[in-house]
Design a binder for this molecule. Structure first.
Ligand code: 1CP
Length: 350
């Protein structure tokens, strides 16, 4: 696979190749979503959230929306990490104001209801969205595809919903590690198929969201976070060696060192709790970093936003850096504050 000139010249691709730039590329986790009135408008045209994800025309539209307002360096495919459980045959419902609800799996019998065979066909509309985006984005904008990491996806499949401490999945993984491993393997396999097809359709970068990677003891972190992530990265390297993979082990703390060294990821996305000076020395010296502005500064705006954005620009300015948040934009964010942030970053000179 040869890189087209347009791809290799994009700011995001350069930073992910390890180049230190005059200013970092910027994109924002959850840059499409409820904080934008035009998103809420498009969303109201679909039956429910999953229907929006599976409607290539609408999903393409909402992916474009933030790029019409802001001078961002990348678009991220509009979809969700819970499309994988849905494609595996586990019922997923997004309840208004409540978030996702799934028929929780907690034993071998539950695993028996899942099936890999239908995954590719079920997710075909997503690949169509990626192809639409690849054909319609501006030349300087990179297209990011994504999936949840197996541990985080499993936490919803086992818990049946989001939870502050992932207690169901953590208890099951301790109690019956060899049965739980079958679930992790199944998600890993489905994710490789899913991401390969996204890349074939035009995704230029892949991000793996491990939003619930915090609080795991060493052995659990190695087995359920590092090992499956390494498997996915190595499979993608075999089929698509030039596509960078960004890992986001949110809240992993000091374990990020092992994560960065052992998964094979190209770059690491940092949550807001990671100290910049520590990350510069221990992570950015080895691989590009992404992050890590606190999303609540985008709600606050004003001086807090300016000061925090500038602190991160300075802190990571001497190495490869992708400007981003430490977690997704929250719905109450005023779009004007996002515009201000993008001005600060695109106007920055090292
Ligand atoms: O009401 C609505 O319109 C739904 C809100 C919404 C949106 C806009 C959900 C439900 N998902 C999304 C889109 C989404 N989800 C994207 C699109 C691209 C973009 O960033 O613009 C992405 C990358 C995700 C990824 C995702 N979904 C993650 C990982 C990142 C993170 O935020 O930690 C997770 C954990 C989910 C699960 C999910 N989907 C939706 C909700 C409300 C949740 C979280 C539930 C919980 O708190 O446990």
């Amino acid at each position: 696979l040869s890189l087209e000139p347009a791809n290799k010249d994009k700011r995001l691709m350069k930073a992910l190749r390890g180049e230190t730039l005059d200013r970092p590329p910027i994109w924002l986790m959850r840059q499409a979503g409820r904080y934008l009135p035009e998103y809420r408008q498009t969303r109201s045209k679909s039956k429910d959230f999953l229907d929006l994800c599976y409607s290539p025309e609408l999903a393409t539209e909402v992916t474009h929306q933030p790029l019409r307002r802001f001078d961002l360096d990348a678009a991220i495919l509009f979809a969700d990490i819970l499309l994988i459980p849905d494609a595996l045959g586990q019922g997923v419902v997004f309840k208004e104001g409540e978030g996702p609800v799934l028929d929780a799996i907690s034993d071998e019998a539950g695993l028996g209801k899942l099936n890999l065979d239908g995954v590719e066909k079920h997710l075909a509309p997503v690949f169509e969205t990626v192809a639409n985006l690849s054909a319609s984005l501006a030349d300087n904008v990179a297209l990011i595809g994504f999936a949840g990491s197996p541990w985080t996806v499993a936490s919803y499949m086992v818990g049946g919903r989001g939870s502050p401490d992932q207690r169901s999945v953590r208890i099951w993984a301790f109690r019956e590690p060899d049965v739980f491993a079958k679930l992790i393997d199944l998600i890993t396999e489905a994710t490789v198929v899913y991401l390969r097809r996204q890349i074939d359709a035009g995704a230029e970068v892949i991000q793996l969201f491990d939003s619930w990677a915090a609080h795991l003891p060493d052995h659990e972190f190695d087995r359920w976070v590092i090992a499956p992530t390494a498997k996915i990265v190595s499979a993608l390297r075999q089929s698509h060696p030039d596509v960078p993979v960004v890992g986001f082990p949110r809240g992993a703390g000091a374990a990020m060192m092992r994560y960065a060294a052992e998964t094979g990821i190209t770059a690491i996305s940092l949550d807001s709790g990671v100290p910049v000076a520590w990350a510069r020395e221990n992570l950015q010296a080895r691989l590009p970093v992404q992050g890590n502005l606190d999303p609540f500064t985008l709600v606050a705006g004003g001086k807090a936003l300016e000061d925090e954005a500038t602190r991160i620009l300075r802190g990571f300015g001497t190495g490869p850096h992708v400007f981003n948040l430490g977690h997704g934009i929250v719905p109450e964010t005023p779009p004007e504050h996002v515009a201000r942030l993008v001005d600060i970053v695109t106007g920055w000179k090292v």
